[in-house]
Each structure stands twice: as structure tokens, then as C-alpha cells.
Design a protein around this ligand. Structure first.
Ligand code: AMP
Length: 190
């Protein structure tokens, strides 16, 4: 299996690139942000619980997102591999993901970390907010908090995969096609 953690701060382009990568490599896209937003739209108990964290740009508790990923893995027994987008966001989530995958006799192949300058992240998120309607993309203080939370709680996930020799940095500046080509080269070089 080809199991990729597509990593990077909010606005790095993970969602955009994941859609192109699943088409190229025939993988299943698992985005915890997308799953949470659909739970919220359906007004499920889980969605309503997550809302207060998402509105503030804070992380939803680990056990909630880990449970969601477990369900999705179980729902896709025939997948050739997965792209994890926006997950894991803490070292505890990374450990849980390793355990879930080893229970299915597979593992993370690589972590591709998109690197983008902070000013560019803010510009992209504000631009997306105008078209996506996402509340957390339209409030500069929530955007700033998401980047702070990324630096404090999520960036240590890099050390986790670096320790396993699986971390690859990818320049996330430039056009969508340029970045896609860099990601494909990183995958093809494995
Ligand atoms: P995203 O679409 O990945 O930017 O996620 C939007 C929001 O959903 C985040 O700001 C968090 O509140 C929540 N979220 C998404 N993925 C996770 C995760 N793996 N762990 C905790 N919270 C998450």
C-alpha cells in the first residue's frame, strides 16, 4: 500500500494537492477537516461537539478524530492506499495511526510536508474564505490562532516521522502544477 501523510500548516495546499494525488495514484483521500465539516452540516452529535473547537481554530480532541479515522479505514478495506490530509495533527494521533495501520498489516510510507511562508498562508486562507464560506477562513484572529496551534501542537509531528526516516520537505510555494510535480517526484523517488 501507498500511505501518505500530506502535512503542512493551514493554507499550505494540502486539500488541493490531495485531490490531484488521489487521481494520479488511485488512493483514498481522508481529510479529518472535511469529515468534521460534513458531521457539522448534518448536525450530528460529533459535529456539534467539534464545532466549538473549530470555530476558535483549536484542535478537536484526539479521541474524536482518531475514532473517525478508524471508521474510515474500516470502510475502505480494498483501498490501494490512503492520503491523510490534516491528520495526524498531534504526536498522539501519529502514534494511534501507526497502531491502526499495523493492525491492518500496513504502515505510513512517507510524510510529505508542504512548506509555505506565513504571509502567503494568511493570503491564501483569506482568499479561500471569500469563496468557501468557511467561518474559520474569514476571521483573521482565528486564522492567526490556527497557525499558532499548528506551530505549537502540530509541528512536533514532523519529529515523529523524522525519527522513522519518513519525513520529506516539499516546497509549497508556486503554482498548483509546480507543487504537484514536486510531490509526484517525491513519491516516485521512494
Ligand atoms: P482543516 O480543514 O484541516 O483546516 O481543519 C479544520 C478544523 O478542523 C481545524 O482547525 C480543527 O479545529 C479541526 N481538525 C481537523 N483535523 C483535525 C485533527 N486531525 N485533529 C484535531 N482537530 C482537527
Amino acid at each position: 500500500m501507498l500511505n501518505i501523510v500530506l502535512f503542512g500548516p493551514p493554507g499550505a495546499g494540502k486539500g488541493t494537492q490531495a485531490v490531484k494525488l488521489i487521481d494520479q495514484y488511485k488512493l483514498v483521500h481522508l481529510s479529518t477537516g472535511d469529515i468534521l465539516r460534513s458531521e457539522l452540516a448534518a448536525e450530528t452529535k460529533l459535529g456539534l461537539k467539534a464545532k466549538r473547537y473549530m470555530d476558535r481554530g483549536e484542535l478537536v480532541p484526539d479521541e474524536v478524530v482518531i475514532g473517525m479515522i478508524e471508521t474510515k479505514l474500516d470502510q475502505n478495506p480494498d483501498a490501494k492506499g490512503f492520503i491523510f490530509d490534516g491528520f495526524p495533527r498531534t504526536q498522539a494521533q501519529a502514534r494511534a495511526l501507526d497502531n491502526l495501520l499495523s493492525g491492518k498489516n500496513t504502515a505510513i510510507t512517507t510524510m510529505l510536508a508542504l512548506e509555505v511562508e506565513k504571509q502567503e498562508l494568511i493570503q491564501r486562507l483569506m482568499g479561500r474564505g471569500k469563496v468557501s464560506g468557511r467561518a474559520d477562513d474569514q476571521d483573521i484572529s482565528v486564522i492567526e490562532n490556527r497557525i499558532t496551534v499548528y506551530n505549537r501542537e502540530t509541528s512536533p509531528v514532523i519529529d515523529y516521522y523524522e525519527g522513522q526516516g519518513k519525513f520529506k520537505a516539499v516546497n509549497g510555494m508556486g503554482s498548483i502544477e509546480e507543487i504537484f510535480d514536486r510531490l509526484c517526484s517525491a513519491i516516485d523517488s521512494i
